[in-house]
Design a protein around this ligand. Sequence first.
Ligand code: HAM
Length: 443
Amino acid sequence: MATYKTLPGFRDFYPEDCSLRNHLFSVWRQTSKRFGFQEYDGPVLESLELLTAKSGQEIVGQLFNFEDKGGRAVTLRPELTPTLARMVGAKANALPRPVKWFSIGENFRYERQQKGRLRSFYQFNADILGEPGPIADAEVIGLLVESLCNQGLRAGEFIVRLSDRNLWYYFIESLGFSGDQATAALGVIDKMERMPPEKSEAALAELGASDPAKVLQAIQEFQELPDVCAIAAFLDKMDLASDAREKLNGRLEAWRELLSLIDAAGLDHFVKVDLRIVRGLAYYTGFVFEAFQTVGKGRALAGGGRYDDLIEKLGGASMPAVGFGMGDVVLMDLLDELKRLPKLIDKADVFLVYSGDDAFKIALADAYALRRQGLRAELSYKGAGMGKQFKQASSSGADFALVYGPEELAQGIVTVKHMRSGEQQTVPSAQLVGSVLALWREG
Ligand code: HAM
């Protein structure tokens, strides 16, 4: 007989997996709410054009795209940012600013399956729109850090590497690139960590660098600068045109402001300046960041940044924006490795034990009455012997067993047994619900 497996990169969630996933989501939700973010969602299926409009055709290689039965070019969403940009753009004038929204949902990327990277994954997104100043960047970075801490990670186990695409852009311009070439050079820099230097040099030559070896060296030196003082000193030594210097100094001012906010929030030991981060997605315009685990495999837990042009480019109003996405896969793996996944308790409140058909009907009616009061009430469907049912009651984790034996039935009572202490008492059937509720609340 054929057996059917999940498709590559997709997962089944058995009940224990679902409980853990729900827990992860509820921590994300709770943390977002503490920061004043509101939840939203969009469709998982989008028009292909929404995704290619800003990112170009290259992105199609990573998409689950197809033609629907109406002949539309559509795709499962690989990320939520274009959807969010459309949603906010369409109502920009009606929304009180800043817009602080978060979402948790399934995304799909047709990637080569590897540890930490799947074709279907959940992503927590949090974004602030309509606030141009560094306070918005600081707040989303703060939410990112607090979310990871609330999930169980500690300082020293992850780091947010902070960089700046605008600073990079102005720096690349000063090395002789402009327009599309400068953007393409950022793409080369993004891949440098994973590429041999000869290849990077060849790619820079292809983009028109007059002295690619020198350009590569300047880029490599720039990437290694550890803090704002070092960046300022490096730029001071460069022979720059005055407008280039002005633009670069403007960015350094923004850096100082952002870092002082990060300090004030007590987050400085979670964040470090790291210009090796450039981010692959083309819509980013300013500060960009990525959170990496610093224990184990060093994988990316989250990534984000500023995208001040995207909403307007997708046809909406001009509106600055910054945010991040955090996946469930790497985070879950890391919490598992560190043995920080919570032991989630899945237990009944009361278990009803009965003897015979008549007792079953009475017990069933009582189970519904108790469920309507909010208790988790369970009973055997098979009517096995009472001894066996008591065993089921015990393995269900119930605090109380309610006993409907022949004697109880004859006297119009129910025996209520406290499972941990073994103490028991009888209550009249007519007062069962109130009495059990009171006992259950006492514990
Ligand atoms: P991203 O860097 O493509 O950014 O993804 C963010 C995070 O989603 C990654 O760090 C990783 O945890 C998770 N992730 C991405 N792809 C996969 C995959 N194939 N399998 C498992 N996890 C994955 C974005 O998506 C931006 N839209 C984030 C953003 C929101 N920027 C501004 N606002």
